[in-house]
Design a protein around this ligand. Structure first.
Ligand SMILES: [Cu+2]
Length: 127
């Protein structure tokens, strides 16, 4: 008897919005349509980040003082701890646990890490 944890069916919507009128010339690769990739990494909602596979994902940009929601999709517990030690620090339980912290009021770039897994590095931009 299995209790499947069915989550993440709303992840598909964000993916579809990514290909629009990109007039840039940065050479971003275009995925062929019809290729169904697993819902592994998606763009998180504003003021939120998701930890998955011991990875914080893309750098997150928030407004000064914003409340940032962290979701931990791993089974292991993680933290989001500012490298300076005091600006912000939050402990996030595994298996879909969430926590929030308040972004710094001063614009800037704030690198952070996981205290349990020091090789985990992330970056928060406040502007
Ligand atoms: Cu960790």
């Amino acid at each position: 008897m299995k209790t499947g944890k069915v989550r993440g069916s709303l992840l598909l919507v964000t993916v579809l919005l990514g290909t629009g009128a990109c007039a840039g010339g940065d050479g971003s690769p275009t995925k062929p349509e019809g290729t169904v990739s697993p819902p592994a990494v998606t763009t998180p909602a504003p003021n939120s980040m998701a930890i998955k596979d011991f990875d914080y994902g893309a750098p997150v940009t928030v407004s000064p003082g914003a409340v940032v929601t962290v979701t931990n999709l791993d089974s292991a517990r993680h933290t989001v701890t500012a490298d300076d030690g005091g600006t912000f620090a939050v402990d996030v339980a595994g298996n879909g646990g969430t926590a929030t912290f308040t972004a710094p009021a001063t614009p800037g770039n704030y690198p952070f890490h996981c205290t349990y897994h020091p090789r985990m590095k992330g970056s928060l931009t406040v502007k």
